[in-house]
Design a protein around this ligand. Structure first.
Ligand SMILES: NC(=O)c1ccc[n+]([C@@H]2O[C@H](COP(=O)([O-])OP(=O)(O)OC[C@H]3O[C@@H](n4cnc5c(N)ncnc54)[C@H](OP(=O)(O)O)[C@@H]3O)[C@@H](O)[C@H]2O)c1
Length: 187
């Protein structure tokens, strides 16, 4: 299937990001399946090669300013546009306030909230120039209802809800727990 659109998905090494990147590529989007550890790219690369879908694996750590800038500029120079951004990367930090350090709390927000803002800031000028298009922020039911022993995660997912962008379709999606199919609780 041919499609001129370009998509970037964060956290594509497993779970929702893995499936979303493949879904977009299967629908003809030139899809950049990004992950912080390229050693985890074998599975998605093999499927994409077998199915001959337009999927490119790139290294991207959402916590790292330089990594984000480099990837966005690489995609812009290769494709000239970014039409769809899926902010999926995230992890769960479990524990009570007494058990967790301030640094652990900060790290959770660094990935789950500031990681999203960091990427949107780099992608927005490109989307504004091309009058595009769609940003999807993967939140959680924990971004709507508090849970015990989940304060950092719940806080970071509630924070994702406040992101508002004028002139761009910006959707927040809420997943319910799918414990069987995620690596969220192992990461
Ligand atoms: N599955 C569920 O039940 C559920 C429910 C509610 C919300 N969610 C949300 O859905 C999203 C995906 O979760 P999932 O279930 O698919 O979990 P997953 O299988 O653990 O996938 C999470 C992805 O995020 C990546 N990641 C973590 N920190 C990163 C960083 N600093 N830079 C780049 N990538 C990073 C992980 O990379 P590594 O492989 O390198 O660790 C992995 O690719 C998360 O935002 C999660 O909060 C999931």
């Amino acid at each position: 299937m041919q499609c001129e659109k370009v998509a970037l998905v964060t956290g594509s090494s497993s779970g929702i990001g893995f499936e979303t990147a493949l879904l977009l590529a299967r629908n003809g989007f030139h899809t950049y399946a990004s992950m912080r550890n390229l050693e985890k790219s074998k599975g998605i690369t093999e499927i994409a090669n077998t199915e001959k879908v337009p999927l490119h694996v790139v290294q991207l750590d959402v916590n790292d300013d330089r990594s984000v800038k480099e990837v966005i500029s690489k995609i812009e120079s290769e494709q000239g546009s970014i039409d769809v951004l899926v902010n999926n990367a995230g992890y769960v930090l479990l524990g009570s306030i007494e058990q967790l350090s301030i640094d652990e709390f900060k790290e959770q927000f660094e990935t789950n909230f500031f990681g999203v803002v960091r990427i949107i800031k780099e992608v927005l000028p490109i989307m504004r120039r091309q009058r595009g298009d769609t940003i999807v922020n993967v939140s959680s039911s924990a971004g709507r209802i508090g849970l015990p022993l989940n304060s950092p995660y719940v806080g970071s997912k509630f924070a994702r809800r406040i992101i508002r962008i004028y002139g761009i379709r910006n959707r927040t999606i809420w997943n319910k727990n799918d414990i069987d199919r995620t690596r969220l609780y192992q990461n």
